[in-house]
Design a protein. Structure first.
Length: 302
């Protein structure tokens, strides 16, 4: 098998954060959902996932670096022998093999070949696997069901809980690689990647959005439609509103684990017409002469 460091594209001295960053970059590029039908990319994604599964676990990584396990996470027989028996009997590392060692030899070879005395088999737990689930902003906010393609080609339906954050990892018990000789299956870890939204941004459990309004709507007040993660709702713009004015929609944010929702904050942005017609120009000229006011020195007077 390929060296996991080469697969991920990091040096052996790379930190865990560097490994995670390199993996996420590859996972976004190679995920089967983004490359449907491309078998070569799918195989590469499987290799990257398996390499990250090994390197992301500090214990597995250390054992691989010491040569105790191979790139698949399987025990190396020679290293298993050394670790299990080199110091198994005090003062007996380099003595002759005699009749009293028959039990010792039986245990040794039965371990090497996955057997124990009495015909019992060693049950080995399957390896954990890691997948990436790309989701939309609203899917992460309100919850969704996503179908993932696993390394063995099977599909798995995953529930994305409401309020899931970008980079959050979900654990699916028993959905990893199968165990050996009846051992328990490993777990699947789903790393959620939330795509940016063209309108919404998230701050904690609150949603922020910028809303353009016309000059008359801001000056005179109006009822306008504003998008939310639940759909469009009506919002009352108070008379005399200005660019930067912040309005709150209670309970229109993102739910937490207890089901309590944050708020949505709407920041107004006053927009002039694309072209100033003569009528508006004349009105503003006359009005400004009668009602001059200074906006640039306002902060200095405070």
């Amino acid at each position: 098998m390929k060296d996991p460091y080469d697969v991920i594209g990091v040096p052996r001295k790379a930190s865990q954060e560097e490994i995670k960053k390199a993996y996420r970059k590859l996972a976004k590029k190679l995920h089967p959902d983004l490359n449907p039908g491309n078998k070569a990319i799918e195989q590469q994604f499987k290799e990257v996932s398996a390499a990250y599964d090994l390197l992301s676990d500090p214990e597995k990584r250390a054992r691989f670096d010491r040569g105790e396990i191979d790139a698949s996470g399987a025990e190396r027989p020679d290293r298993a022998f050394y670790r299990s028996y080199a110091q198994g009997r005090e003062g007996a590392k380099y003595r002759e093999f005699g009749p009293e060692d028959e039990v010792f030899a039986e245990d040794l070879f039965s371990n090497l070949f996955g057997q124990r005395r009495g015909g019992r088999t060693m049950r080995l737990r399957g390896a954990d696997v890691t997948y990436v689930a790309p989701v939309d902003f609203t899917e992460a906010a309100l919850g969704a069901r996503k179908r993932l393609t696993l390394t063995d080609g099977k599909t798995l339906d995953v529930t994305i809980p409401p309020g899931t954050e970008d980079g959050q990892t979900l654990r699916l018990k028993g959905q990893g690689m199968p165990g050996t000789n009846g051992g328990a299956a490993g777990d699947a870890y789903i790393e959620v990647h939330v795509a940016p939204h063209p309108l919404f941004t998230r701050q904690g459990n609150d949603v922020h959005v910028e809303l353009p309004v016309t000059l008359p709507e801001a000056a005179l007040g109006a009822s306008v439609n504003v998008p939310t993660i639940d759909g469009t709702v009506a919002l009352k713009v108070p008379p005399g509103s200005n660019t930067g004015s912040m309005l709150r929609l209670r309970g229109k944010g993102i739910p937490d684990r207890a089901g309590q929702r944050g708020d949505q904050y709407v920041r107004l942005k006053v927009m002039l017409p694309d072209q100033i017609d003569p009528e508006l120009k004349e009105f503003l000229e006359q009005w400004s002469q009668r009602h001059p006011y200074d906006v640039r020195n306002r902060s200095e007077r405070r």
